[in-house]
Design a protein around this ligand. Structure first.
Ligand code: AMP
Length: 469
């Protein structure tokens, strides 16, 4: 640990173990991203310079109360700052009005577009759906005293105005013409938002979750998700994992997941670092070097992994889930494939893909049937208790070292048999107390299943028992 100002009342660093627990006063842990509250452009020696609204990362907690060593996310400089000059990033509210494309007005006529772009202002723009050419779009740009309408042709999964430059989606196209006039009358300057919509970009920036593309370096592909590749990367010297969602409709749907992730911060949940609106949407997360739990278990197996390690993973996950419950979030897709393992062998819950506050419910054809509780499958009744059912399946995966549950049964058979009371046998050599725990998660009556708090307590006792024996 580096030293701060040394003796004489100036801040010095205290080993983390000696830090007082964060009781009444807010105490930010290293890694927390904060927003600066005011300008501090004439720093004293060793202090960090910043402007109001800049984002900084807490690096270390100083011995003197209320001081931190922090790194500026834009300049990369490190220095000291006082706690009173920063606030933590805010959570983004899950709001259907939040849009990645607030300039998209849907099906309106050319005349309505002209009206929407009043008073004239060079570079003011919107995009509408073409009424005359269904499937195509129109970019409407105010220039001089006129509004110019450019037809955007959709062909072979690409969008283009003049065939010389093609785009995967409208977000990319707009981003391009805001930087480069190309073949159109002027660079796009200002989006005209559709009434009632809020710009997700503005809201993310205000709350401090928008990261800068120039600080991101992308590396190798480390996984493939349902919506595209997951890449390894580096953001301001920190190893990160990046999900890139290219399709604008999917990216919009992912805003709910992203918003949910801004609400949470826990050692057993994969941390969202921020997002970048480029090439669709980049979701930047903490990097979990040992990959997902299924692969971790399968590649190591019984000879390497002791029951104690498995119980520790089970405890990590139930602690993460207990916290998620406290934030009133239901995961809906808890399974070993959605647990990631850090360099230090800490298990963290990831993929809040379905953890959305979705008023329309979930598409039943997309449900992970073998992990989903009967009441959720049948009546769409998702709750923390349906997460507990999935947690029971996850425990089974864990103690069978990554085997697929109900491996010899079809989805239809699983649904029918489970409904009739069938439950999986204990995995080979599974400690009986753990199998009892699994079965308690598979009670038909959701109210009879244990809470994550109770599961955590039981697992802590199990672990203590192993340590003492
Ligand atoms: P997902 O799209 O979240 O299902 O991720 C697909 C795969 O990418 C996972 O199974 C992991 O192997 C990998 N992956 C996802 N997120 C991360 C991360 N934060 N760190 C390391 N690997 C990840």
């Amino acid at each position: 640990m580096s030293s701060c100002w040394g003796a004489g009342g100036s801040p010095g660093l205290l080993p983390a173990a000696l830090m007082p627990p964060p009781v009444a006063q807010k105490c930010w842990l290293p890694g927390t991203q904060c927003i600066t509250k005011h300008d501090h452009t004439k720093p004293k020696a060793r202090e960090l310079a910043f402007r109001k609204g800049d984002i900084v990362t807490i690096v270390e907690i100083c011995e003197q109360k209320g001081w931190y060593k922090a790194k500026h996310n834009d300049t990369g400089e490190e220095g000291l700052l006082s706690a009173s000059s920063v606030r933590e990033r805010e959570a983004i509210r899950v709001d259907p009005k939040l849009s990645l494309m607030p300039w998209f007005h849907g099906k309106i006529s050319g005349v309505e577009a002209v009206q929407a772009l009043q008073p004239p202002e060079d570079g003011l723009f919107l995009v509408r759906e073409s009424i005359r050419h269904p499937g195509d779009y129109v970019l409407c740009v105010s220039f001089g005293k006129e509004v110019i309408h450019y037809r955007i042709i959709y062909q072979e999964n690409r969008l283009s105005i003049d065939a010389s430059v093609c785009f995967y989606n409208l977000i990319d196209m707009i981003e391009h013409y805001m930087k480069d006039q190309g073949a159109i009358c002027t660079k796009l300057v200002k989006p005209k938002p559709k009434p009632g919509l809020k710009s997700a970009e503005d809201e993310l920036a205000k709350a401090g979750w928008l990261l800068k593309l120039q600080h991101l370096t992308l590396g190798d592909k480390i996984g493939e998700g349902e919506f595209g590749a997951v890449l390894q990367g580096e953001y301001m010297g920190q190893k990160v994992a990046v999900k890139n969602i290219k399709c604008d409709v999917t990216a919009q749907a992912f805003l709910a997941e992203t918003a949910a992730m801004t609400k949470v911060r826990h050692k057993n949940l994969v941390q969202l670092l921020g997002v970048i609106l480029h090439n669709g949407l980049y979701i930047v997360m903490e990097y979990m070097s040992k990959g997902n739990l299924v692969n971790f278990l399968r590649t190591r197996g019984r000879s390497v992994l002791q029951p104690k390690q498995l119980i520790q993973f089970a405890l990590d996950i139930s602690q993460g889930m207990d916290y998620l419950e406290s934030k009133k979030l239901v995961h809906r897709d808890l399974a070993a494939r959605n647990i990631l393992i850090s360099e230090e062998n800490v298990a963290k819950v990831s993929d809040f893909g379905l953890a959305k506050v979705d008023p329309k419910g979930v598409d039943a054809t997309k449900l992970p049937v073998k992990w989903t509780a009967p009441e959720a499958l049948k009546n769409n009744k998702f709750s923390t208790k349906s997460d507990v059912w999935s947690y029971g399946i996850l425990l089974w995966e864990l103690f069978s070292y990554g085997r697929a549950p109900y491996s010899k049964m079809t989805l239809k058979e699983v649904t029918e048999m489970v409904e009739k009371g069938y439950r999986m046998e204990a995995p080979e050599e599974c400690p009986p107390s753990l199998y009892t725990l699994m079965k308690s998660c598979w009670e038909t009556e959701p109210g009879k299943r244990p809470s994550f708090r109770k599961l955590t307590e039981k697992l802590q006792k199990e672990l203590k028992h192993i340590r003492d024996s």
